[in-house]
Design a protein. Structure first.
Length: 156
């Protein structure tokens, strides 16, 4: 046998579960300011969902879902969101990420702080997911034209 056997059951389960895993990752990111979780944890979960997909369907198919260009855009966008929020606080006379300095809603600074914390969590989650996916694709072996991994030609 020259190829790794593919399981229809595993492929179907992964195809069904990946959107739910990604939805859970978004939940973890958005509730990080008020409970357990946050941008890093949610980003890891989101990245793991894409990595799971690439492990089951193949590296080439995974790269179709998350190309190198999209990965770079997401990583830089997340970093820009994080740094931009901190610089916004500096612009209004506060310290880096001192959310109370931003006078978006002068009568409700707690709501402004909550919104800016969520924005920072989104930036962190986006960057962490993109970096995890990029690391996975960088260290994974390339597939041959037949879709099999190198080194598995003679494995029975």
């Amino acid at each position: 046998m020259s190829r790794i056997q593919e399981s229809v059951i595993i492929r179907t389960v992964v195809r069904i579960m990946v959107p739910f895993i990604e939805l859970f990752a978004l939940y973890v990111i958005m509730h990080g300011s008020s409970g357990p979780g946050g941008g890093f944890q949610g980003g890891v979960i989101f990245g793991a969902a894409i990595i799971l997909y690439a492990m089951i369907y193949g590296i080439a198919e995974g790269k179709k879902k998350m190309s190198d260009a999209l990965d770079k855009i997401l990583a830089s966008t997340g970093l820009t969101i994080y740094a931009g929020t901190g610089l916004l606080c500096l612009f209004f006379g506060g310290m880096f990420l001192q959310y109370g300095a931003v006078p978006l809603l002068p009568d409700n600074p707690a709501k402004v702080a909550a919104l800016l914390i969520d924005l920072v969590e989104i930036g962190i989650g986006t960057t962490v997911a993109a970096v995890m996916i990029s690391l996975f694709f960088d260290v994974s072996p390339p597939e041959s034209e037949e879709g099999e991994l190198p080194g598995y030609e003679g494995v029975d």
